[in-house]
Design a protein around this ligand. Structure first.
Ligand SMILES: Nc1ncnc2c1ncn2[C@@H]1O[C@H](COP(=O)(O)OP(=O)(O)OP(=O)(O)O)[C@@H](O)[C@H]1O
Ligand SMILES: [Mg+2]
Ligand SMILES: [Zn+2]
Length: 582
């Protein structure tokens, strides 16, 4: 038997076999049947979700001997050549390695001639965003005067990086990341076809680790086969991928519920003893708490929960022990911890700190409330929500919290004037800036220098009014808001909304790009603006024009919230740090 990697062996050969992209495949099939195929398409979407696959099927559909047809037969010479990659009329070019002007000129020459033996020449330009500006311009000329019977398909993981003029000449299809269920379903189907025995827990671990990319899911399956042979167990897959056991996550949840710093630190100790990768663990914890949040906000049956049916009752049980606000807070803290683990040298220390923040998160909640009151806010801030928490939660406003975030997103460490040390967490870990999210609501009215406000000033009046309307619509959906509230800039024009995130919020920005939040966001945009807007998520460059040193200190000293806190708790400013600063 010849060996063929699973992803290739099971590459869909018809539109109907492509999973989860019906919005694309149906439109393409209709275009073919009604003879209205465009000259150029952009297939955009994250890696491994079917872009190249769909492009090849479109090529077959156009050139099939029994076509043009939405259901190519896959048996004629043309279909077979295209599948084998040997068709002279279907050019697949990797723009990453052919990104220059010369290659595009060559391409223009090639498409000038009629197809050799087919109806259409189809040019599939992979990673099209990698083209140089010159090459893009040359390509644009071709798209402006498209040769007869040539179809361009630009596949890209970053459509936002394509030049606007090219985008406006092409029909854009946004491929979406696949859901947990879709990926799990395919893994199961293919495992059956390969006559493997695979435990449901193993399918779940693989599907979660695939993070929306079916190709990644299938390569992981392949690794699991290489590792475990024909019987694939949950334990094997966890070992292979360094994924922690569910019981470890249960222990974390229990520690948080009991607010037991001791249990949390013991957990880190055990992970290290077991040789676990701490970053992995943190990612798993993020997934877990995200699931809990979704279960709390939607319900346990929601399609948005990335867990198989068997695990859901357990998730529901855990989610019920926390308020939605708590879970949102936990989620943010873990995201910040993940960023720390990624960028800083001592993973143990940062994980310990992160978990201690989790443990203390509920105690910090009342402080946020106090701050809101100081600000004279009448609205009840969503993030300050112990009201919704179970009544058994101890609310200890008496002990001063060790630190808090302030309006500029930097953290102020409070040095208590009289008491020896903050008593919130009795550990040897040094205090550090809290990474609690600074929410839009926590911006004091008198802080015109904040990024968010600068952004609003930046956008035009009408657009900024719309941005405001969009923001308040999103606030109604706590889960979605928890993801976008860290955006530092909102820019909007007639076509798209651009959300900028701080450079250290990569994980958050990535999660926002997954299908569920994206679809929710687009729905809100459509509702508010009445138009189908694109959403583009970007990271701010690491060096923003941020204030430093004395200037920053001066700002804090003026800040009414900081002043009120100093008065109320009787402290002084000892240090000012940005989150994530050493
Ligand atoms: N939507 C899908 N339905 C079925 N199989 C899929 C789908 N997406 C990906 N696959 C599987 O993953 C493999 C790779 O998919 P494909 O090459 O189409 O991804 P892509 O979106 O072009 O990714 P990249 O951006 O990395 O080029 C396919 O051979 C197929 O096995
Ligand atoms: Mg591809
Ligand atoms: Zn055919």
């Amino acid at each position: 038997m010849t060996y063929k990697v699973i992803a290739r062996k099971y590459r869909p050969q018809t539109f109907a076999e492509i999973v989860g992209q019906q919005h694309v495949t149906r439109t393409l099939a209709n275009a073919i049947t009604s003879n209205r195929v465009a000259h150029a398409y952009i297939f955009s979407g994250v890696r491994g979700v079917g872009k190249t696959t769909a492009a090849r099927i479109l090529a077959k559909a156009l050139n099939c001997a029994s076509g043009p047809t939405a259901t190519p037969d896959n048996t004629c010479d043309s279909c077979r050549e295209i599948s084998a990659g040997s068709s002279l009329d279907v050019l697949e070019i990797d723009a990453a390695s052919n990104r220059g002007i010369d290659q595009i000129r060559e391409l223009r020459e090639m498409v000038r001639y009629a197809p050799a033996s087919s109806r259409y020449k189809v040019v599939i330009l992979d990673e099209a965003h990698q083209l140089t500006d010159e090459a893009s311009n040359a390509l644009l000329k071709t798209l402006e005067e498209p040769p007869e019977r040539v179809v361009f398909i630009l596949a890209t993981t970053r459509a936002e990086d394509l030049v606007e003029t090219i985008k406006s000449r092409a029909q854009l299809f946004q491929f979406r990341a696949l859901t947990f269920q879709e990926i799990a379903g395919e893994i199961e189907r293919i495992a059956n076809a390969e006559q493997l025995t695979i435990e449901p827990g193993a399918v779940a671990v693989l599907a979660r680790a695939a993070e929306g990319s079916l190709r990644d899911g299938l390569s992981l399956l392949e690794q699991a086969i290489a590792y475990g042979g024909e019987t694939i167990t949950d334990a094997q897959v966890r070992e292979l991928l360094g994924v922690v056991a569910e019981s470890v996550l249960d222990e974390l949840v229990a520690a948080v519920e009991e607010q037991s710093a001791e249990r949390a630190l013991a957990l880190v100790h055990k992970l290290i003893g077991d040789g676990q990768n701490l970053q992995h663990f943190c990612r798993e914890a993020i997934r877990h708490f995200r699931n809990l949040l979704v279960v709390r906000v939607c319900n346990a049956d929601s399609e948005l929960v990335a867990a198989p049916a068997e695990e859901r009752p357990r998730l529901a049980g855990q989610a019920a022990r926390f308020s939605e606000e708590d879970l949102t807070r936990f989620f943010h803290i873990l995201l910040a911890t993940d960023d720390d683990l990624r960028r800083k040298p001592d993973p143990r220390l940062h994980l310990e700190l992160g978990l201690l923040k989790l443990i203390n998160a509920r105690r910090l909640a009342p402080l946020e409330e106090a701050l809101a009151q100081l600000r004279g806010e009448t609205r009840r801030p969503a993030a300050a929500g112990n009201q919704a928490a179970p009544p058994s939660v101890p609310v200890r406003t008496a002990s001063p919290p060790p630190f808090s975030t302030s309006s500029t997103g930097a953290a102020v460490r409070m040095a208590p004037a009289s008491e020896p040390a903050p008593s919130a967490s009795a550990t040897s870990a040094p205090p550090a800036p809290s990474s609690l999210p600074s929410t839009d609501r926590s911006l004091p009215a008198s802080a015109p220098h904040t990024l968010a406000r600068a952004a609003e000033a930046h956008s035009t009046g009408a657009a900024s009014a719309q941005v405001d309307a969009i923001k308040s619509a999103i606030r109604g959906q706590k889960f979605l808001w928890s993801m976008v509230e860290r955006a530092t800039r909102w820019e909007m024009d007639a076509n798209e909304l651009r959300l900028f995130f701080p450079s250290d919020s990569r994980t958050l920005a990535e999660m926002l790009q997954a299908r569920d939040p994206m679809e929710r966001l687009r729905t809100v945009l459509q509702q508010v603006t009445g138009m189908p807007l694109r959403v583009c998520v970007k990271l701010e460059s690491a060096r923003g024009g941020n204030a430093r040193g004395p200037e920053l200190r001066a700002r804090f000293e003026e800040d009414p919230i900081v002043r009120a806190m100093l008065e109320k708790f009787g402290g002084q400013i000892s240090e000012i740090k940005r989150p994530g600063e050493e």
